[in-house]
Design a binder for this molecule. Structure first.
Ligand code: ZN
Length: 232
């Protein structure tokens, strides 16, 4: 594993090893202090929420991540400090989202998000630079996880192939995962596809996502791959 802290946790708690390995793999590729949400990570890795939460608890003790109490905007997912929110509720002031100006409901429940500590980031950034030197081809050829593949193919089937034909994340989630899909659960996947320039998105009212030419090519390749394997 990349982080020796993860290895130590897996040694001490063998039941968590599978989850720890997956999280090590993911976190070692993160080069920004972006918020990590337990719910998203457990969904992407199809892992038990409580197990993921336990691992993050241990990682916090080891100084790999730190926790922040935040409230999340229902509409645009912007995170705001829970302390400011609770103070506003106490004073009976309206508390507005800095992203979309929506007023938070006073009953919003604060949640924990985690971020990599500066010390952990130093290591992941050094590692990513190293990997970029070793690998000639750009990241667009790196294998995609199953969920990302499903999303790309769903977008192709929905015809979301340019900005005029953008589709809301909710519709993509239903196509990719099924009727009970929760669009929030795709946040991590969508942001990853965005970073890899396979999709683009427009935020706000009437917003949505669409495939870039690279994303479309990749989706078509995946689709023909699936057809071939289905006929064999
Ligand atoms: Zn908002």
């Amino acid at each position: 594993m990349f982080f020796h802290e993860f290895e130590a946790i897996a040694d001490e708690y063998p039941d968590l090893r599978r989850v720890v390995e997956q999280l090590d793999d993911r976190l070692s590729g993160i080069c920004s202090p972006a918020p990590l949400r337990i719910g998203d990570l457990s969904c992407v890795h199809d892992a038990d929420v409580n197990q993921v939460a336990s691992v993050f608890d241990l990682l916090e003790q080891q100084g790999v991540v730190y926790a922040q109490s935040m409230v999340e905007c229902e509409r645009c997912q912007t995170l705001m400090p829970a302390d400011d929110f609770l103070e506003a509720v106490e004073d009976e002031d309206a508390f507005e989202c800095s992203g979309c100006d929506r007023v938070y409901s006073p009953s919003t429940t604060p949640m924990h998000v985690y971020r990599l500590t500066p010390h952990a980031l130093e290591r992941t950034i050094a590692n990513t630079k190293q990997r970029a030197v070793e690998v000639d081809s750009p990241s667009c050829d790196e294998p995609l996880n199953e969920r990302s593949q499903e999303v790309l193919q769903a977008m192709l089937e929905l015809g979301a192939v340019d900005s005029d034909q953008r589709k809301p994340t909710e519709a993509i989630a239903i196509k990719a995962i099924g009727q009970c899909a929760d669009a929030n659960s795709l946040k991590v996947v969508m942001s990853e596809l965005n970073t890899r320039r396979l999709i683009k998105s427009k935020k706000g009212r009437g917003g949505g996502c669409w495939l870039t030419p690279n994303g479309r090519q990749r989706a078509e390749k995946l689709r023909s791959g699936n057809r071939n394997s289905a006929t064999v």
